[in-house]
Design a protein around this ligand. Structure first.
Ligand code: HEC
Ligand code: HEC
Length: 361
């Protein structure tokens, strides 16, 4: 299944217009992300900043990497948790008609039906504008029909699922892609693992960073558990880059899913494996440097230039400070050398994927 899934993941045939593959935005070179602040969807070509220069549709969020996704207890997907299996029942845009009880398989269903991400916003696709479960089903059927006609993609999937090619549907494709993500990016042995379980070496600076992480810097109040994420939602006042999910440079985060004012400006705590490889940082990729991403948690003013902001942006920033003020990270002071120690500690969380991934036609 994982091998059949890798072929699907790499193929541009997974988008209605044959333009975009999953691997167009989730690239090895950038730690399974894309190296861009906001992702570039349909109409873009190339990798990294070349993708930005080629024009195309801007997706108002930073591309998330895959490390540990699909592991046991990894229940909550996307920056705003729009696929959430933490209660045991999956909550998602499918609203009770979830195609699977595996939250990763449900998450994999969403990119191919997302307007601008893999579906062009053109007259030809106007029937999809309703963005309903019904119009999503039309896209899934069209993609499955196409894949059934391409033996290079269909034969391995038929073999893996033990189904005849004509019976393959989009759910089989999504399960294969999920199997690929689960296997290829499964948590590997990091230097921190070796230190904890086998007494492997860490430098004094890395140890100092670890002590800060679990101690005075309170990082583990949110970045905890096997994925360095509590799978919950918190407010860190990162600057907002780009238009924002809610427009005019605003992204309400978790509130977009729950409509609960208490969730305004909250985002899922990002897991931290290989975080050294996935710059730029935060939900809108507003921060280029890892040290500044850490600093933003405790000293947001140090990375803002208030005079370069509009009055509306400053008002939005004050609202975000309110949400942040009740988080365990506000009121912490970190000196520059402590931030460098924390960066060194995060470097101990690196590992490699099993196999390289490349975009294909
Ligand atoms: C245009 C770029 C782009 C393409 C193409 C793309 N993605 Fe993504 N991916 C993103 C962005 C941006 C996010 C974060 C979106 C958000 O959270 O709002 C993301 C998030 C995800 C996540 C959630 C990870 C997490 O930590 O919760 C999964 C899973 C995923 N993508 C799988 C896929 C698959 C499978 C495909 C192909 C069918 C694909 N993506 C195609 C940009 C892209
Ligand atoms: C209150 C919970 C909380 C605490 C405490 C916390 N973080 Fe975070 N962290 C988050 C959230 C939420 C985000 C994403 C926010 C966003 O994008 O708007 C984040 C983002 C990050 C990022 C960027 C990740 C990425 O992929 O973009 C890094 C690196 C990071 N945190 C490291 C740390 C370190 C180091 C500490 C300790 C100094 C820390 N965090 C403390 C919740 C927290």
């Amino acid at each position: 299944m994982a091998e059949a899934g890798r072929l699907l993941f790499q193929s541009k045939s997974l988008s209605l217009d044959h333009e975009t593959a999953c691997a167009s935005c989730h690239l090895d070179r950038f730690g399974s992300s894309d190296g861009l602040p906001n992702a570039m969807g349909v109409g873009s070509t190339g990798q990294g900043t070349a993708r930005m220069r080629s024009g195309g549709a801007v997706i108002p969020r930073n591309t998330l990497p895959f490390w540990g996704r699909g592991g046991k207890g990894f229940t909550t997907f996307f920056w705003d948790g729009k696929v959430d299996g933490s209660s045991g029942t999956i909550l998602s845009q499918f609203a009770g008609r979830e195609p699977s009880q595996d939250p990763l398989v449900v998450a994999v269903h969403l990119p191919p039906v997302e307007i601008d991400e893999m579906v062009a916003d053109t007259a030809e696709h106007s029937t999809l504008e309703g963005e309903s479960v019904g119009s999503a089903a039309k896209v899934f059927d069209a993609l499955a029909e196409r894949v059934r006609s391409l033996s290079s993609l269909a034969d391995p999937l038929a073999a893996a699922t033990a189904k005849p090619v004509e019976k393959l549907d989009f759910k089989d494709m999504a399960e294969a892609i999920a199997a690929f993500i689960r296997q290829n990016f499964a948590i590997g042995t990091t230097r921190l693992h070796r230190f904890v379980f086998d007494g492997g070496p860490l430098s004094p600076q890395e140890i100092a960073g670890g002590l800060l992480f679990y101690g005075k810097a309170h990082c583990s109040a949110c970045h905890d558990g096997p994925y360095f994420s509590d799978m919950s939602f918190h407010a860190v006042p990162f600057p907002q880059a780009g238009f924002g999910k809610n427009g005019f440079g605003i992204d309400y985060g978790r509130y977009n899913v729950t409509m609960d004012p208490a969730d305004l400006y909250r985002f899922r705590t990002p897991p931290l494996y290989n975080v050294t490889k996935t710059a730029p940082y935060s939900h809108s990729g507003a921060i280029a440097d890892l040290g500044d991403a850490i600093r933003a948690h405790v000293d947001p003013l140090a990375i803002y230039d208030p005079r370069s902001m509009t009055g509306v942006q400053r008002a939005d920033f004050y609202e975000r400070l309110k949400a942040w003020s009740s988080e365990p990270i506000s009121g912490v002071y970190l000196a520059d050398d402590e931030i460098r120690d924390l960066e060194a500690f995060l470097k101990t969380l690196e590992y490699d994927s099993r196999e390289p991934v490349a975009e294909t036609d």
